[in-house]
Design a protein around this ligand. Structure first.
Ligand SMILES: [Fe+2]
Length: 294
């Protein structure tokens, strides 16, 4: 059965049918999915009852797997999932929901801010693949914003303003904006800001997009309050409802998004119940800006 993709919104978010992700897929199918990603930036696969190994095998069709190091405050002996799997659940190692005051929970609440995965790494991520193993009874939607459409909608003056700007991204900035500042020296060192271009060009389609995230805390050469004012304005612009697809999760959905063309955030849900979401990430292949010398 051949892969088909139908648009959920015109040119943003598509739903894929005709593929079973439990088994290896053909080169043609990989190419069809990549082409769908280039066009829609978010693809939804329904009813994919996959294991972690099957998810990782599918992920590797699109590039190398990015690992979790440097992206969280979870300690090595606290991980619930194997190497290569990113735990985006609300669960501890024993499968119990984290306590309200658990540091890891408070840190993870930062995922409710608009962001692009791994924009705080010098080489930011290509795709993220999120598999819904247990969904929230209510809430917990993931919202995606189209950063290409957001760029296209800027007026000429704003396009000229943002064209060559370089931003500093760090998990310290996004968490700090939520009042979570309780970090150790080692964590602060791990979360050292990296530089990213504010405007990026997609390597295949050539389309420009805004590379925004709540991880941004500064613009190189700008006073900090002025930088944050501009970034807030741009995020507000880019996340208007006309640019947003809201994904309502069903169990065994797998959603892939292109972090180079989108932002996303998760919405509130009842955290006394398990919500087991497992992510794999396809590593990017290049920096978007030169890094500051250490
Ligand atoms: Fe994310």
């Amino acid at each position: 059965m051949a892969i088909t993709i139908h648009a959920i919104r015109p040119d943003f978010a598509g739903e894929v049918a005709g593929v079973d992700l439990r088994t290896p897929i053909s080169k043609q199918d990989v190419a069809a999915i990549e082409a769908g990603m280039d066009r829609y930036a978010v693809l939804v696969f329904r009813d994919q009852r996959i294991s972690d190994d099957e998810q990782m095998a599918f992920t590797k069709n699109f590039g190398g797997i990015e690992h979790a190091q440097g992206g969280n405050i979870t300690k090595d002996d606290e991980y619930r999932l194997k190497e290569g799997m990113i735990d985006v659940s609300n669960l501890d190692k024993l499968g119990q929901p984290l306590d309200r005051n658990d540091r890891r929970r408070m840190f993870n609440l930062g995922n409710r801010l608009w962001h692009s995965d791994s924009s705080y790494r010098a080489i930011p991520a290509k795709y993220s693949l999120l598999s819904a193993r247990t969904v929230a009874a209510r809430g917990g939607n993931t919202e995606f914003a189209d950063m290409r459409a957001a760029y296209d909608a800027l007026d000429e003056d704003m396009r000229a303003t943002v064209e060559n700007l370089i931003c500093e991204h760090s998990l310290m900035y996004s968490r700090g904006s939520m009042g979570f500042t309780d970090l150790t020296d080692a964590e602060r060192a791990m979360f050292r800001p990296v530089r990213q271009s504010l405007v990026r060009t997609h390597p295949v389609t050539g389309r420009k997009s805004l590379f925004l995230a709540s991880h941004i805390g500064a613009i190189v050469g700008w006073p900090v309050p002025e930088a944050r004012d501009l970034i807030r304005d741009l995020i507000e612009h880019a996340t208007q409802r006309e640019f947003v697809y809201v994904h309502v999760w069903r169990q065994y959905d797998l959603v892939i998004w292109d972090n180079r063309q989108t932002m996303h955030r998760v919405r509130r849900f009842d955290e006394s119940e398990p919500r087991d979401m497992r992510r794999t990430t396809v590593a990017g292949d290049a920096m978007t800006a030169e890094q500051a010398s250490a």
